[in-house]
Design a protein around this ligand. Structure first.
Ligand code: NAD
Length: 360
């Protein structure tokens, strides 16, 4: 079976890490009998250099016509790159916001998983880590405070700024369904995070989530206030399976959750719309400081590619095989520089990709 994949290598380490992810995908395709047809397109700084804009209409059309999008990362060093001399709407990151909006990617998934082999990198005490943790943050991505009306005014010489947080029940229902669907593929627990003791939007959030939960009697639902959740993430991260939350809370909590794993080069992410379509990219940025030096850890992108197989193409077995291959390579002691510790075997980007591909 064949699938159309739009590939956005992007900037900085993007092209290097995407190349390794494609290598691993092809190894999985050979073993599990599927074919991926890739179309490479420009976005971010790479697109600015050629087209003068970070995202062209042709790229949007190409992405829409495909089954999924695999992306590296975009952006450069803001202090030195000429891309950041441009007005904000023409800078690399504007392309990212635009493609998310154009593709209606309202559901953002960020797993935070602690590999037992990398426990030393976790900033939490070993008695808190226990046997490790494995959670998925499901963040609403196209509504709430970041998309509400905002303004700054001045009254009687006093400056005043206003942002608005709005959700309608349809926006909440569609992300909640996604959260419960994902939980069904995992340990069947949803923690819905809100601030229902204060915010009306959170009270509606809670009511709609409870409504959706009725269709998922096999999935346990609990509610947690966001301030408590921030605390619980460092007190006992093992308790979480799927954390379901709105845009701003998810922005903050997903960064907190990724920090407690201690290894940014390992963390994948997916952004999904109403259909099976999604955009898959590592959680980290374009790391211009190490670009082109064979130093980047490709694992976050390789795990994002595995998510693409699982969520957009329903190729669960191939996704499992890639995840198992990553684990095996770590167990065998191979490390890129960012996760290296004494006694391990240090490898570069290309070798890490090859080692994983061989073990799929
Ligand atoms: P960054 O994530 O690129 O880098 C932070 C630190 O982590 C750096 O020291 C970097 O070398 C290291 N690092 C990141 N990924 C790594 C990997 N795979 N292997 C080894 N080390 C890795 O964050 P930043 O430096 O703040 O941002 C750099 C650029 O990336 C900026 O232009 C920023 O806007 C952009 N950015 C893009 C995305 C995206 O494309 N979605 C996300 C975040 C940041």
């Amino acid at each position: 079976m064949g699938y159309k994949i739009t590939v956005i290598p992007g900037d900085g380490i993007g092209p290097e890490i995407v190349r390794e992810a494609v290598k691993v995908l092809d190894a999985a395709g050979e073993k599990y009998g599927f074919r991926l047809d890739y179309t490479e397109v420009l976005m971010g700084g790479a697109s600015i250099d050629v087209h003068g804009v970070p995202l062209t209409d042709e790229v949007i059309a190409q992405a829409k016509a495909s089954d999924a999008v695999l992306m590296g990362s975009i952006g450069g060093d803001a202090a030195t790159s000429p891309w950041y001399q441009l007005e904000p709407s023409k800078r690399p990151e504007a392309g990212l916001l635009k493609i998310r909006k154009e593709l209606n990617l309202f559901a953002n998934l960020r797993p935070a998983y602690l590999y037992s082999e990398l426990k030393a990198a976790c900033p939490l005490r070993s008695d808190i880590i226990g046997g490790g943790f494995d959670m998925m943050i499901m963040r609403e991505l196209t509504g709430g405070l970041y998309f509400g009306e905002r303004c700054t005014t001045e009254e009687n010489g006093v400056r005043k700024a206003k942002d608005t947080l709005t959700y309608d029940e349809n926006e909440i229902r569609r992300i909640a369904k996604r959260g419960f669907d994902i939980a069904r593929k995992r340990r069947k627990k949803v923690t819905s995070v809100d601030k229902a003791n204060v915010l009306d939007s959170s009270r509606l959030w809670r009511a709609v989530v409870e409504d959706v939960a009725k269709d998922y009697p096999d999935v346990e639902l609990e509610h947690m206030l966001v301030d408590n959740c921030a605390m619980q993430l460092v007190r006992d991260p093992k308790q979480f399976d799927v954390i379901l939350t709105e845009n701003m809370f998810g922005d903050i909590l997903s960064d907190e959750a990724s920090m407690v794993t201690g290894s940014i080069g390992m963390l994948s992410s997916a952004s999904l719309n109403e259909t099976k379509f999604g955009l898959y990219e590592p959680s980290h940025g374009s790391a211009p400081d190490i670009a082109g030096k064979d130093l980047a850890n490709p694992i976050a992108t390789i795990l994002s590619a595995a998510m693409m197989l699982r969520f957009s193409l329903d190729l669960d077995k191939a996704a499992d095989a890639i995840e198992a291959a990553v684990k095996q390579v770590l167990t065998e002691g191979y490390r890129t520089g960012d996760i290296y510790s004494e006694g391990c075997k240090k490898v570069g980007t290309v070798e890490m990709g090859s080692l994983i591909a061989e073990r799929v």
